[in-house]
Design a binder for this molecule. Structure first.
Ligand SMILES: Nc1nc2c(ncn2[C@@H]2O[C@H](COP(=O)(O)OP(=O)(O)O)[C@@H](O)[C@H]2O)c(=O)[nH]1
Ligand SMILES: [Mg+2]
Length: 234
């Protein structure tokens, strides 16, 4: 059968998102996304139960393994279920389902295989100053380390074609996975685009999200990842 619309799967990594997960899943449903996989990264709250009740496919990690590991689990599951396009979407309400179409369009049209969200091409209401400074610094560091020019980094809102999702290997279990995806796209010459997105920083997201201090262990993880990639090439 020809010309079927692509099957879009949304993968939501969620760790202790009880106050937000229902709202996030309702937003996805309202915008017509039925194939939603929530990877509960061993939350200690009702994240899994609420996600199941909302109709999502829920996979629960037996222990907390980090967002990278959670996305790897969710992407593999989406591929097994026949996804054509996989969108990664945060479970804390910072992303908007209304914007998913911006990622799907270039991939469905074949102009790119990966779409990265950029809050600096879009907007980031409520973003604290320290987050802005950390992100701008991270953009420069990543440009130097990974040799890829992106206007944003560590933005969890992205989409991968089926082919790209199969080729990109995520080995970093925690936050450096975001840089690893960029490194994989660069080295495997996978065509990509950046799309403008809104990342909402409300009180909940600010309280729960990554802090300036998390930037240091993430940088350590990125450097380890880079070293491992170099050694693997030898
Ligand atoms: N912090 C954290 N988030 C996780 C983990 N596993 C999955 N996540 C999810 O990853 C997403 C992004 O995390 P967050 O801390 O908000 O990062 P930030 O938005 O970059 O500040 C959220 O949807 C979390 O629920 C984990 O082990 N730790
Ligand atoms: Mg967040």
């Amino acid at each position: 059968m020809k010309n079927l619309p692509p099957r879009v799967f949304v993968v939501v990594a969620a760790f202790n998102e009880e106050p937000r997960i229902e709202r996030v899943l309702a937003d996805l449903k309202r915008h017509g996304y039925r194939d939603v996989i929530v990877v509960d990264d061993h939350s200690v709250d009702l994240t899994s139960a609420l996600a199941k009740r909302a109709g999502a496919t829920v996979i629960r990690h037996a222990r907390n393994r980090g967002q990278g590991a959670a996305l790897r689990t969710g992407i593999h599951a989406a591929l097994r279920k026949g996804a054509d396009i996989i969108v990664t979407f945060d479970g804390d309400g910072q992303h908007r389902a209304a914007e998913i179409q911006r990622f799907v369009a270039p991939i469905a049209a074949g102009t790119a295989q990966v779409a990265f969200g950029s809050r600096f091409l879009g907007n980031a209401p409520g973003m604290p100053k320290h987050k802005l400074v950390t992100l701008k610094g991270s953009i420069l560091v990543e440009r130097a380390l990974l040799k890829v020019k992106l206007t944003d980094v560590h933005n969890g809102f992205r989409a991968l074609s089926r082919d790209a999702a199969r080729r990109i290997k995520i080995t970093c279990d925690r936050m450096a996975h975001a840089s690893e995806i960029v490194a994989e796209v660069h080295e495997k010459r996978i065509p990509f685009v950046e799309v403008p997105v809104t990342i909402v920083y409300d009180e909940y997201a600010r309280r729960k999200g990554q802090t300036v201090f998390n930037a240091f262990p993430i940088l350590g993880e990125i450097l380890r990842m880079k070293r491992a990639r170099k050694n693997a090439k030898r």
